[in-house]
Design a binder for this molecule. Structure first.
Ligand code: 0O2
Length: 217
């Protein structure tokens, strides 16, 4: 996808005007409600799964709402007019949930159990575990549609859910920090080394999963 260079200042100026609107705050509240719905579903599954398998499938769950400047920046960089309609139609990651699991196997179990639910519709699934990004990034991404029930009816919202193991999360967090640090002098070497770290962590995930299977069998 072609992107347009947008300065932070430019996005901030547009966001300042836009985010002050009542309709924008209302839309963000709807996204927050959608996050709460999906988070509750995941917490329920975590409890139930623990009874069945004697372990909690996830270690932690984090939620976030994309900030107004990042929303505006993303639309502008794609050459899309900044409007409420376009935020809802074009952006799938306003509401985000990150689920960190101990084992890869649990990621798939949890993801399947979530999308099997009657009111959860899967819109998109990107499996960067089976097919990691070239830089080594691994996670399972899903965009789900979930209804929220308001005083004047039902509204469908999109939520991005990212599932990762602890090892994948460690890599992504550190890589993210490094990327946003000062200018990198030798990006190719750094990229290769980071990719190597991602591959080592992936082997560790496989090894830990194997150890768990042997202990449980
Ligand atoms: P933040 O702050 O986490 O939200 P798009 O989502 O439209 O930008 P695309 O290609 O459809 O683009 O999405 P993709 O690559 O499937 O997922 C984007 C999100 O995944 C990112 O969100 C990150 O959270 C995570 N991610 C993807 N690739 C990498 C990577 O190489 N390193 C790290 N650390 N995270 C990655 P944002 O919006 O970039 O950030």
């Amino acid at each position: 996808m072609e992107t347009i260079e947008v300065s932070r200042e430019e996005a901030e100026a547009v966001a300042k005007k836009f985010a002050g609107r009542k309709e924008f705050s209302e839309l963000m509240t709807f996204y927050k409600c959608a996050i709460m719905e999906v988070e509750t579903k995941l917490n329920v599954l975590n409890q139930e799964f623990a009874l069945q398998y004697d372990r909690n499938p996830f270690e932690s769950i984090e939620t976030r709402l994309k900030d107004p400047v990042s929303i505006v920046e993303k639309l502008m960089s794609r050459g899309i007019e900044v409007s409420l309609e376009n935020i809802e139609r074009e952006l799938y990651d306003i509401a985000g949930i990150r689920v960190v699991c101990s084992f890869k196997e649990d990621i798939y179990k949890l993801a399947d159990l979530l999308i099997e639910q009657d009111d959860v519709l899967i819109l998109m699934r990107k499996d960067y575990i089976k097919k990691p990004k070239d830089n080594g990034y691994r996670s399972l991404h899903m965009i789900v549609d979930i209804p929220i029930f308001l005083s004047n009816g039902k509204k469908h919202m999109k939520v991005e859910v990212q599932f990762r193991t602890i090892a994948m999360d460690f890599w992504a967090s550190v890589e993210h920090k490094l990327k946003y640090k000062k200018e990198i002098q030798n990006p190719e070497e750094v990229g290769e080394r980071l990719k190597r770290c991602a591959d080592i962590l992936s082997s560790m995930d496989d090894e830990m999963e194997d150890i768990r299977r042997r202990i449980d069998s």
